[in-house]
Ligand binder design. Structure first.
Ligand SMILES: Nc1ncnc2c1ncn2[C@@H]1O[C@H](COP(=O)(O)OP(=O)(O)OP(=O)(O)O)[C@@H](O)[C@H]1O
Length: 313
């Protein structure tokens, strides 16, 4: 029954001059999930976030965020969302605590409530020790954490994270991932994430949309996307060469490895394909010792679906 949508959009379009940046974007993001908008540089990710977070108007299309219409209730949208982006709101000259208290003021929290939230968030983001230090002395990872903590002061239901881990080292990236996951699991917030990192989308997102030249060229779970492109296969393992030989004769196109006693059959890892492979083996009374499904990784998906290769950036 969990069908409430945190974000829904139809036909979002945006041009700058005669450059078409978004060419009709449709989105449906259920509450309490992580959605990743994945795309190469210039695909239109930031523009999408800017429109959905009321920073810029769309030329056409409709959207509802946390139940509020973007066109007619932008104040309601703003009250329900948090945005952390490539241009962070963190003030370098202030301390972490001062930044948080400033946010509390901007959100009209009482002094007492502001202090309480700020102490809470510093603890939760492991910034208590650094609370009284100027942000100018912070590492990139600490700064990102503070940026997200500042967004949380307003208790948003939908959080837009525009490339939240770009430039972070692997350890800081993992810390951010854990924080993002805990926001969804513990508080049921909805995360709208943009990223150029396939691994990030794979790790975090319930659903991924691939944006290219202002259009969504594919959407699904990471597994669904991986299954959509060629390169996937089902690998059968046998214990004797005779079984391998017999099995190889049963399928039209295969790749066999006589030393490893394996046979690769091209195809997706969907249930119907698996069932038909097993049925064919059963029909010929050939017994396989093991079966594994190999799907291409998201890198393959990205390269296959986007016209400007990820590696060329
Ligand atoms: N204010 C603007 N005026 C003119 N063109 C713009 C403006 N903002 C964005 N664009 C253009 O729109 C296209 C999409 O930009 P956008 O920032 O949304 O892409 P992106 O997918 O977020 O890329 P990146 O990963 O580099 O941030 C780009 O070609 C960009 O040059």
């Amino acid at each position: 029954m969990n069908t409430a949508l945190a974000v829904s959009a139809t036909g979002l379009r945006k041009s700058y001059g005669d450059k078409l940046v978004l060419d009709g974007i449709d989105l449906r993001i259920p509450e309490g999930t992580v959605f990743a908008l994945l795309g190469p540089n210039g695909a239109g990710k930031t523009t999408t976030v800017q429109i959905l977070s009321t920073l810029i108007p769309a030329d056409a299309g409709e959207a509802r965020i946390a139940g509020h219409d973007l066109g007619t209730r932008s104040d309601g949208v703003r009250a329900a969302i948090g945005v952390t982006g490539q241009f962070s709101a963190v003030d370098n000259l202030l301390t972490a605590e001062e930044n948080l208290l400033l946010m509390a003021d901007l959100n009209h929290l009482s002094r007492r409530e502001g202090r309480r939230r700020s102490t809470d968030l510093l603890r939760r983001f492991d910034l208590t020790e650094a609370a009284r230090k100027p942000v100018a002395t912070f590492s990139g990872g600490m700064r990102r954490k503070l940026d997200l903590a500042m967004t949380l002061v307003g208790d948003p239901r939908v959080i837009f994270l525009d490339e939240p881990t770009t430039g972070l080292d692997p350890r800081s990236r993992r810390t951010m991932w854990e924080i993002i996951r805990s926001l969804v699991v513990d508080e049921g917030v909805t995360i709208f994430l943009t990223t150029q990192y396939l691994e990030e989308a794979d790790q975090l997102a319930d659903r991924i949309a691939v944006l290219d030249h202002g259009r969504i060229v594919a959407e699904g779970t990471a597994e669904e996307l991986k299954r959509r492109i060629p390169g996937g296969h089902i690998r059968l393992r046998f214990t004797d060469p005779y079984a391998l030989e017999t099995a190889a004769g049963l399928f039209a196109s295969t790749h066999r490895d006589d030393e490893a006693l394996t046979l690769d059959i091209p195809g997706d890892g969907g249930i119907p394909t698996l069932r038909s492979v097993i049925d064919i083996l059963d029909g010929a009374s050939v017994e396989a010792a093991g079966l594994t499904v190999h799907t291409p990784d998201l890198d393959d998906v990205f390269l296959a679906l986007t016209s400007s290769p990820a590696g060329a950036r």
